[in-house]
Design a protein around this ligand. Structure first.
Ligand code: UT7
Length: 338
């Protein structure tokens, strides 16, 4: 019997501060109507103050996931973190969580796959487990993005899209599944990247590509804020999400109607609707919560998974398909028997 990576628990944590479209329309020329129509977003969460960081949000999500799994932090033998908004330029958030959670001196690594963080993360964890390098893994996806948004007219196209939040999963290596757990685990993952899209969606600074690292003129020019050509990203997202779904379904001989729940990245409700219609799935088989959280980048899918479990829409034994596309470009998905 082969070894399987079984998801034992999922949890999430978001800041309490709600920022509505109406709130943003007081800071820039935008409207609830524009944001709702183009994206589906009604509100998002922003950190309450500077004491909240990516690692503190991640820690809260991780502690809740550990508790649900009945694990002690000392049980964990690998930490994988996905984020594009680390507390520090270096080191990564993985080591900060090792310390905050009180884990043993286990390996801790950070993945930089932006909105595809969860799908890359699960694939990475699956590989560590299948190669018998880890048995009890904590995967944390956390983002604090609000401080780098340009909350003025200049940045309105990006500022209305993003929010802060975190999700965490515990994943266990199981040597041979009991009859009651038969078939559970990460079945397959599909990942891709296309660096020709790197500057279509990026934040240039801080970075070594600019001589002088960060100059005051760079700040004035807005190079310290994320930038995107939304239409190019939109088209690529729909194409790559469908490609991912088709590959995972075909190579595992699964038809769309056999999927219990599709959990896509939350970048735009219109993107997810197009994917749903193309896969001919009813609305209840696709989980969306972008309306309440906006785009929390790596954290979107784990937050969805956590809410889907809490709402009884995701149960043990269900067949789940995750789908993500983001900056890089990076994309991918996981087929999971929950
Ligand atoms: O998570 C990573 C992956 N990200 C994505 O997948 C995002 C993909 N892209 C999108 O979701 C969409 O392209 C957006 C929601 C970002 C933008 O929607 P769009 O329909 O592509 O709008 P647009 O950027 O073409 O802008 C249309 C108009 C422009 O005005 P003009 O030139 O037509 O006069 C913008 O200046 O809307 C204007 N606009 C705004 N108006 C009000 C841009 N941002 C805003 C705003 N409020 N916040």
């Amino acid at each position: 019997m082969g070894i399987t990576a079984v998801i034992r628990s999922v949890s999430h944590h978001v800041p309490t501060r709600r920022v509505t479209n109406e709130d943003l329309s007081k800071l820039m020329e935008t409207s609830d109507e524009w944001i709702t129509e183009r994206t589906g977003i009604k509100e998002r969460r922003f950190i309450e103050d500077d004491s909240v960081t990516t690692s503190t949000l991640g820690e809260a999500a991780a502690r809740a996931a550990l508790e649900k799994a009945g694990w002690d932090a000392k049980d964990v033998d690998l930490i994988v973190v996905a984020t594009l908004s680390p507390d520090l330029y270096f080191p990564g958030v993985g080591v900060l969580l090792q310390q905050r959670l009180g884990c043993r001196t286990i390996p801790a690594l950070d993945i930089r796959a932006q909105c595809s963080g969860l799908v890359y993360g699960l694939s990475c964890v699956d590989g560590y487990i299948r190669s018998r390098q880890a048995k009890k893994v904590l995967l944390v996806c956390a983002e604090v993005q609000s401080p780098v948004l340009d909350l003025t007219n200049r940045g309105r196209d990006m500022a209305v899209l993003f929010g802060d939040g975190a999700g965490a999963l515990t994943i266990e290596a199981v040597e041979s599944l009991s009859a009651s757990e038969a078939g559970r685990g990460i079945i397959d993952s599909y990942l891709g990247s296309d660096g020709s899209g790197a500057e279509v969606l990026c934040m240039k600074l801080p970075g070594t590509a600019r001589p002088g690292f960060i100059k005051s003129s760079d700040i004035e020019e807005g190079l310290v804020h994320p930038k995107m050509d939304g239409k190019v990203v939109f088209k690529n997202a729909v194409t790559r999400l469908l490609e991912t779904a088709q590959v995972l379904l075909m190579r595992n001989k699964v038809t769309p109607d056999q999927i219990d729940l599709v959990v896509p990245h939350q970048a735009n409700l219109r993107i997810n609707e197009m994917v749903r219609q193309e896969l001919k799935l009813p609305p209840e088989k696709v989980f969306n919560n972008i309306q309440r959280y906006g785009n929390t980048t790596a954290a979107t899918i784990p937050i969805c998974l956590s809410e889907a479990v809490a709402e009884g829409r995701l149960k043990e034994g269900n067949l789940v398909l995750t789908l993500a596309f983001g900056a890089g470009f990076t994309w991918g998905g996981n087929l999971i028997r929950w």
